[in-house]
Design a protein. Structure first.
Length: 390
């Protein structure tokens, strides 16, 4: 471990503060370090490994595709890409899909779609994208501009122009921005993940959807973290009774392989034409085969279990010693603690449970198929540590 630590420090760009643990292997929601010590994984790679580590069905789908063709350029047809696009459209009622490789790239595509839609319909001056304060949309210069948190912007100026930020929940403020600027689209997370696992107010979400209709700009929902079963519905917006024009997703979609998608509704489906956008790896057959395996197993019964597990976590942690509040939906949980969240996560790690933070909260994003007994063990441990650190 110490030589790995030195090697990593010497050669890997220093953008990540890593925990002093080497993750060597795993199965489901249990991972092992190089000495064989076991941990319960309550982060699933920041909500990525939806069916856990080295899931059998996922692995089989991926390996099978690897043996056929691992990559072709988008100059040719491959079947996993079309099959996954059809599956996504059938499950959302949306019309077409552009495949990218990450959440940030999915959002880049959505922003291009909104700008071209508005430019063609109303004129190129309709270019402003509204996003919410405290949001997170990615690390590229454009998605940083979309991200409504100043501290990510420092030292990377100038960012892509044309973004304004609205207070989440302030519908009157949103309407004022819509009247002040020539707006192409609104991009928002229905539950702000990196911002502290904060669900938007349903009236605000419905009101925003209505404004998008009235003023004919695109309603884009960033489902990179909330998507693919995480909240107990297939996509987070489905908890709110709205129909977005664009849904972006990534993280859990590939089950552990890099894939992003911008899913386009009625209004947005034909905006992009030949040459407007592209990606060398986009729609990669191996990533798509993994995503088909993930998505096709998320039926109503599976999603109901995610919801029930989430409810159990909320009931177990709410009002417990050292816990001020519990937020989120399904298996996307934020815990406001009396003790320092970073210290609590470090202590959980020592005790064999891997957790995340989101701002000042402890965040849990376990694999969606985590067995109830494993989940209970981990949550009881988190509860104990929160009490001890209070
Ligand atoms: C993680 C995340 C992103 C960025 O995804 P990358 O794959 O890291 O580019 C964008 N939006 C939300 C809501 C996220 O949680």
């Amino acid at each position: 471990m110490s030589s790995l630590k030195e090697q990593d420090k010497a050669y890997v760009a220093g953008t990540y503060a890593r925990f002093p643990v080497e993750i060597h292997s795993g199965k489901g929601s249990i991972v092992k370090d190089e000495t064989g010590k076991e941990y319960i994984d309550m982060g699933s790679g920041i909500g990525v490994t939806a069916f856990g580590i080295a899931d059998d069905a996922w692995q089989q789908a991926v390996v099978q595709q690897l043996g056929k063709v691992q990559h072709m350029s988008n100059l040719y047809y491959t079947s996993p890409c079309a099959e996954l696009a059809q599956l996504l459209c059938q499950r959302t009622g949306m019309k077409k899909v552009f495949f990218a490789n990450s959440g940030a790239e999915a959002n880049e595509c959505a922003i291009k779609v909104a700008r071209k839609y508005a430019a063609q319909k109303k004129g190129p001056e309709y270019s402003t994208i509204i996003t919410l304060k405290n949001s997170f949309h990615g690390r590229t210069l454009t998605t940083l501009a979309a991200t409504g948190q100043e501290h990510y912007h420092e030292l990377f100026q100038p960012l892509t122009p044309g973004f304004v930020h609205c207070e989440a929940g302030d519908l009157a403020g949103l309407e004022a921005l819509v009247k002040e600027y020539k707006v192409a689209g609104l991009l928002m997370e229905v539950i702000q993940g990196e911002g502290g696992v904060i669900a938007l107010d349903p009236d605000f979400v419905k009101g925003a959807a209505k404004l998008a209709q009235e003023y004919d700009f695109l309603l884009m929902v960033d489902e990179v973290q909330t998507g693919n079963g995480r909240t107990g519905k297939l996509y987070g917006y489905m908890n709110y009774g709205i129909q977005p024009d664009v849904v972006t997703t990534a993280k859990g979609l590939g089950g552990g392989l890099p894939i992003g998608a911008a899913i386009l509704g009625e209004k947005a489906q034909d905006v992009l034409g030949f040459g407007d956008h592209g990606s060398t790896y986009g729609g990669n057959p191996v990533c798509c085969a993994g995503a088909i395996s993930v998505l096709s197993r998320m039926d109503d019964a599976f999603l109901a279990e995610v919801e029930a597990k989430g409810k159990w976590i909320f009931e177990t942690l709410k009002g417990a010693k050292g816990i001020l509040s519990v937020s989120g939906m399904g298996l996307m949980v934020g815990i406001e603690t009396v003790g320092n969240a970073g210290e609590i996560v470090r202590e959980c790690l020592n005790k064999g449970v891997l957790c995340l933070t989101a701002k000042t909260k402890v965040r849990l994003l376990p694999a969606l198929n985590i067995p109830m007994d494993v989940l209970k063990k981990a949550v009881e441990m988190v509860k104990e540590v929160c009490a001890a650190k209070a």
